[in-house]
Ligand binder design. Structure first.
Ligand code: PRP
Ligand code: MN
Ligand code: MG
Length: 184
């Protein structure tokens, strides 16, 4: 285990099994369709890669890079588009792929944007859901694991751009982020 990690919440094996399960559900959901799978960079990168390899439908992959945490543990409350999609959204069935829903601000911004761009349907799959952090009315259609109100890193999730490469989801030792309080 990495030295900055207090505890492993979700192991590599548990993540893999969940990706298989979610991939299968997505295959059923989108059977006969050609969805546009949208990975929300950067955090969703490992999960998107793993969950989509267990789907059996034709799909298109695209990426949107948005950021609201500026590397810290608190949401700035403002969502910044760093990179927009290449694909056109109008009339498409969208599958937004996220690593975590915390306040819900990132997703509520994206859902509004894609509605405005006239998507045919919008669904959300997230690996992690932290319902205790929610301030915006957003719910995932599919969620892998519920996590407690602690700052988690690994498997795409960062603190100051670090720890995204860990193969598991872990809780950071409080001394690493200087005892800064969790976002509420
Ligand atoms: C994180 C995470 C989600 C979002 C969830 O992204 O990857 O996209 O915050 O938080 P919310 O529900 O409170 O909006 P971040 O802004 O840190 O960018 P990153 O993915 O590049 O790390
Ligand atoms: Mn993100
Ligand atoms: Mg981040």
């Amino acid at each position: 285990m990495h030295n900055d990690i207090k505890e492993i919440l979700i192991s590599e094996e548990e993540i893999k099994a969940k990706c298989k399960e979610l991939g299968k559900q997505l295959s059923e959901e989108y059977e006969g369709k050609f969805p546009l799978a949208i990975g929300v960079l950067k955090g969703a990168m490992p999960f998107m890669s793993d969950v989509l390899r267990y789907t059996e439908v034709h799909l298109e992959m695209d990426f949107m890079d948005v950021s609201s945490y500026d590397g810290g543990t608190r949401s700035s409350g403002e969502v910044k588009i760093v990179k927009d999609l290449d694909a056109k959204v109008e009339g498409r069935d969208l599958l937004i792929i996220e690593d975590i829903i915390d306040s819900g601000l990132t997703l509520s911004y994206l859902v509004d944007l894609f509605k405005y761009r006239k998507a045919n349907s919008i669904k959300i799959v997230t690996l992690l859901d932290k319902p205790s952090g929610r301030t915006a009315a957003i719910k995932a259609d599919l969620a892998g694991f519920e996590v407690p109100n602690e700052f988690v890193v690994g498997y795409g999730l960062d603190y100051q751009e670090k720890y995204r490469n860990l193969p598991y989801i872990g809780v950071l030792k409080p001394e690493i982020y200087g005892g800064e309080e969790e976002s509420e």
